[in-house]
Design a protein around this ligand. Structure first.
Ligand SMILES: O=P(O)(O)OP(=O)(O)OP(=O)(O)OC[C@H]1O[C@@H](n2cnc3c(O)ncnc32)[C@H](O)[C@@H]1O
Ligand SMILES: [Mg+2]
Length: 177
């Protein structure tokens, strides 16, 4: 039976789980490999454009490193609307032939005491660790888990994006038949 090779462009546990959980729901005979690839955007993306570009860059670097069938890049960032800061999330999936599928996910409001620190140049990950007095929250609940009282964690948030990517891929497969 043919194996479907899936490459994951991060070592972050929350993102990785989102990809393995969702891809396993729709495909069999999978082989996963992780690659620590650059996003080629700021460590803390500050717009939807930059966050989306980070996801695309990660997916393309992952494709170059792996040559896999499906290559995922997921990126978190922030952007401002009407003086309020939102966390935004994007995903990209690169296919072997270079086709890129993109989707964005949930956006949620960051409290002002977090936003001021990001405007001063800090990254959301360490700011959240300070705020929660925990380590590496970016790999577990994430900011989304904290500010939704645990109702939505970072894995679940990225799972929705991965589902949108896989769904668009299946649509492409069906329409190109
Ligand atoms: O190892 P990688 O894949 O880079 O995973 P990451 O956790 O650093 O995630 P991103 O680079 O995509 O996110 C950009 C920045 O925003 C932070 N960030 C984004 N979403 C977050 C969340 O839900 N909780 C905590 N930090 C978050 C993250 O820690 C980075 O500082
Ligand atoms: Mg990062």
């Amino acid at each position: 039976m043919t194996i479907l090779f899936v490459a994951i462009g991060t070592k972050n546990r929350a993102k990785t789980l989102a990809i393995t959980n969702i891809v396993s729901m729709y495909f069999d005979n999978l082989e996963f490999e992780q690659f620590a690839v650059p996003s080629d955007v700021s460590e803390q993306p500050f717009s939807n454009d930059e966050t989306r570009q980070g996801a695309i860059n990660r997916a393309l670097h992952t494709l170059n490193a792996s040559g896999a069938d499906l290559n995922f890049g997921l990126e978190g960032g922030v952007h401002e609307m009407d003086g309020q800061m939102y966390c935004c999330n994007w995903g990209a999936m690169a296919l072997k032939d270079g086709t890129i599928i993109t989707a964005s996910g949930a956006q949620f409001l960051l409290p002002d005491e977090i936003a001021v620190q990001l405007r001063a140049g800090r990254e959301l990950g360490p700011v959240m660790d300070d705020y929660t007095k925990q380590k590496d929250t970016r790999s577990s609940s994430g900011a989304v888990g904290v500010f939704t009282a645990g109702l939505v964690d970072r894995t679940e948030m990225f799972e929705h994006i991965v589902k949108l990517l896989i769904g668009q891929y299946l649509f492409l497969l069906n329409t190109n038949k």
